[in-house]
Write a protein that binds this ligand. Sequence first.
Ligand code: ADP
Length: 172
Amino acid sequence: MVKIELIKGDITNLEVEVIVNAANTSLLGGGGVDGAIHRKGGKQILYECIEIRNRQGGCKTGEAVITSGGNLPVKKIIHTVGPRWNDNKSDEVNKLKSCYQNSLRLAEENKLTSIAFPNISTGIYKFPKDKAAEIAINEVKRFETVFINKVVFVCFDDENFDLYKMLLDFGF
Ligand code: ADP
């Protein structure tokens, strides 16, 4: 059984085996959590992202790639590209589900035991926070795993934190 934890804070401070980055298709870094991870994690992460780009041409929405953790206190970083919300006209709901499934699968393939997720797509990409939280929790709960024993949802803002708290039925 996977243990689910909820915290409010900055994902770059988390000491888990792998953190997930809400990247963009270029893999070259951006704003929000992506910017924070690259700033604090150092150049090594960008170099590895560039290598992946050269090999496969970036990362499609809903897919995920993995790099080292650079200077962050993690073994690996999984970079997944969330969908930009457009009233679900481009199947954003299923694409967000894929972000969680593909990230969990990559963690599992790499035998990583603890993983932390930011609230993918709910910043610059404007995915409705309530829908996104429901998707995140459902996808984690239905993922079948051998290696992963802890999943941490890291919320940066109060609105997301309160939504997760309610959906996870955490009293605190
Ligand atoms: P997206 O483009 O996928 O929306 P953002 O980085 O803009 O990506 O936002 C995704 C979520 O990450 C938002 O809820 C935002 O508040 C949050 N966020 C921003 N910085 C951090 C951080 N340092 N740690 C954790 N979450 C963060």
